[in-house]
Design a protein around this ligand. Sequence first.
Ligand code: PLP
Length: 436
Amino acid sequence: MPTDLTKLDTETLLAVSGKLRARYDDLRARGLRLDMTRGKPSSAQLDLASPLLSLPGPDDYKAADGTDCRNYGNPQGLPEARALLSGPFQIPAAQMVFGNNSSLALMHDCIVYAMLHGTCDSRSPWSKEAAASGPVAFICPVPGYDRHYHLCEEYGIELITVPMTDRGPDMDTVERLVASDPRIKGMWCVPKYSNPTGAIYDEETARRLASMRTAAPDFRLFWDNAYAVHHLTDERVEIPDMLALCERAGQPNRPFVFGSTSKITLAGSGLALFGGSPENVKWLLARMSRRTIGPDKLNQLRHVRFLRDEAGLHAHMERHRAIIGPKFDAVQEIFERELGGSGVARWTTPKGGYFVSLDVMDGCARRVIELAKEAGIAVTPAGATFPGGRDPHDRNIRIAPTFPDVAEVRQAVEGIALCALVAAVDRLLGSRHANA
Ligand code: PLP
């Protein structure tokens, strides 16, 4: 569909509409059952880590320092596991804390602890301040990750959106907001291969985040580096080291860094980690000590045995790329072929991560998803990438190509592209009719 649909006269557009409708009817008649909603690894990816299922083995339970990993204790996690993930996640081993299998759970706990106790440099618990001066607020770049929003919504935290660019959030807006409103205690950041746009925060964005003046003295960057090593090209993109930047800017306690091996090894049985200043680490360990007598160290040990070192981890990620790379290539090829030059859609070409972000014509995302559903293709609900499920332009659709196989990805993406065209042409004709 190389023609710019927005420039066609009404008669030609009507003809195009007829042809697209016929193609859509064919698509529906195929009775597809495809699911593009799940941003999770495929079974083939999980198979890559199957040796973990028999590690560390019946006689291997001692850590390098002699710790018996079967027992309670060692709340911060094994030194060798921290050393293994220190480089990839840009966290000094001494400043890393392991949770269990979910970084989202660590984010949740940090928010709850801050609400109930305050952070290490809070004047009082965030919930108390909220009772006195109005709800705590977080900044969230949009489009973004729905589970971040749900977490805030769960605890009455207001979400203030700022537009995302391909270099990170719009920093002029962020600086203005955080400087003027002491209720703004936090900000969500997915700095590398962002969910869903694939954006990568650049040096200037990171420097401004580290040094900006905030009205709240206990403001925190929730630096969710979920896709730190999840490259889709030969380029191993590096992002600025936020812990180091904040320390240099005189704001050592500003970042809470999160990461996990969910999409490195096993999504349900990986290692989740936190990184922060020594004060933040002390604060978190003190809170966690009331909650658990220690994390799952056997899982840490088996990860060390399996991945071995940083080189082993990167080699493992190359094997992931061999599986998912062709799926992302298929998305690009099909969107380019079906939607390139149509004037009614644009999409991202991520260098890593798990998603492609598709913007269809304004006011059409819901309709596209409805049409796709009627044709048997499940797509992430419209609005999911915005707080409250409300996309102000009703145009963003998150494409998650990792889980289905390549043939299914091709079919689903071809279907979605066709639905995007059908919805756009209907809308163009509708608005011309209304203006006639
Ligand atoms: N953060 C982001 C940005 C994600 O996209 C995801 C999963 O899709 C997670 C966190 C979840 O991480 P975990 O499995 O460590 O809880």
